[in-house]
Structures are given as structure tokens and as C-alpha cells.
Design a binder for this molecule. Structure first.
Ligand SMILES: Nc1ncnc2c1ncn2[C@@H]1O[C@H](COP(=O)(O)OP(=O)(O)OP(=O)(O)O)[C@@H](O)[C@H]1O
Ligand SMILES: [Mg+2]
Length: 197
């Protein structure tokens, strides 16, 4: 399957989940994520705000704020095809923005320097065992992720059916360090993780 066929296939499979499935699987994925030492040691987390049938991240954001983490979420600049990290202190600062995705309200949002981020929680339509990621197809994350510090940890979260043996990847596709599903936890380079404080 090429990238577009795989995207269509995964969107269809994800949309066939009912709300209960989505909530239950998301809770397990977020619980797996929150137990990791990379989460515990992190200070400034970039995390997408879930939309439609994506793995739900709202509870994670609330808990991370309670845990004293700084949180940045993406704001989409569609005309430039980029996302920028904006710091928030509460989910109340979000309102529907580009494509109806919740993002910091226009006007008083605070873009932060990506180099401050030490952990990024990345959405994807599919991931593979080589830690490749397939997104929605505009390259937003492939452009954003390299702007972070090279020691920052990139974690892809997805439903287990989205983790497949192999997917088509090009030179510009940025791989993940960790992939988490409701059933599996994959680490690319345990040294990168364990050497961090
Ligand atoms: N670093 C980059 N700089 C400029 N263009 C890029 C970069 N990375 C990717 N692109 C462009 O973005 C387009 C889409 O990339 P790709 O198909 O990998 O999207 P994706 O990873 O599925 O999407 P997304 O990252 O938005 O979730 C590609 O045609 C590519 O030319
Ligand atoms: Mg890509």
C-alpha cells in the first residue's frame, strides 16, 4: 500500500471504533505513557490536542499540568504549512481553530521556543517497527519535530491496529523514539531514554 492508501485504510478503521472503545483504549495508552520515566523526568511537554477518533489527550494534558509540567500544544498556520508550539495552563484556553481542532485562542497565545521542549507526544495514522510515522500527509510534524532539541524524546501514540510491520517512509520522515499502544510499548534506543535526567 502506498501512503495515501494506508491513510485511507487507517482513517476508516479508526472511525469504526465506537466512543467507548476510543475512551477505553485511550485511557490505557495514556496510563502506559504516564508510567514511563521519560514522562516523570520531563519538564516541558508538547502534545497534540485530540480530534475526532484520535487517541484522546485531554485527560493527559490536565494531569500533566497538575503534575507541574509545562505544556505546549500545536497551533496550525495552514498558509505556511507549519505548526507552532503554544504554551497553555488550562484546557479552557483552547477554542476550535484550523479544521475545527482545538487550539489556543487567537490573539493572546504564547508561542514558545521549541528547543525548550523535552518530550513530544505525536499523533499518527500509522507507525511501524522501524519507528516510522505516517501522518495526515501535509508534512507538518516532519517540519516541526527537527526544530526541537535533538535530545527531546518523540513518542508516537496510537491504537494497536495502527502499529504495523512496515510503512513507506522517505528521507524527510522523522522517526519516533517510542511508540505506545494499548497493548505494546516499543523503545527505539533505550540508551537515549535512560541517559536523560
Ligand atoms: N522538512 C520538510 N521540509 C519541507 N517539506 C517537507 C518536509 N517534510 C515533509 N515535507 C513535505 O511534506 C509533504 C508531506 O509529507 P508526508 O507525506 O510525509 O506527510 P505526513 O508525515 O504524513 O504528514 P504530517 O507530518 O503533517 O502528519 C511531502 O510531500 C514533503 O515534500
Ligand atoms: Mg511524513
Amino acid at each position: 500500500m502506498n501512503k495515501d492508501e494506508l491513510r485511507r485504510c487507517m482513517i476508516a478503521r479508526r472511525n469504526s471504533l465506537n466512543n467507548k472503545d476510543i475512551e477505553k483504549k485511550s485511557q490505557t495508552i495514556i496510563s502506559n505513557l504516564s508510567k514511563l520515566s521519560v514522562y516523570k523526568y520531563s519538564k516541558f511537554i508538547f502534545v497534540y490536542v485530540s480530534f475526532r477518533s484520535e487517541v484522546i489527550t485531554k485527560g493527559f494534558i490536565m494531569n500533566a499540568i497538575k503534575d507541574g509540567k509545562r505544556i505546549a500544544v500545536p497551533i496550525t498556520l495552514a498558509e505556511k504549512k507549519i505548526i507552532q508550539p503554544c504554551e497553555i495552563r488550562s484546557l479552557n484556553e483552547l477554542a476550535p481553530g484550523t479544521w475545527g481542532i482545538l487550539e489556543p485562542k487567537k490573539g493572546n497565545y504564547k508561542v514558545v521556543d521549541s528547543s525548550q521542549i523535552d518530550l513530544a507526544i505525536v499523533p499518527g495514522l500509522a507507525f511501524d517497527y522501524s519507528f516510522n510515522r505516517l501522518g495526515y500527509g501535509a508534512g507538518y510534524y516532519d517540519r516541526f519535530l527537527p526544530s526541537m532539541n535533538s535530545l527531546a524524546i518523540k513518542i508516537g501514540i496510537c491504537y494497536d491496529f495502527q502499529l504495523i510491520d512496515s510503512l513507506p517512509a522517505e528521507k524527510y520522515d522523522i522517526p519516533m523514539d517510542v511508540i505506545i499502544t494499548e497493548k505494546r510499548l516499543l523503545f527505539r534506543d533505550p540508551n537515549k531514554i535512560s541517559l536523560r535526567k
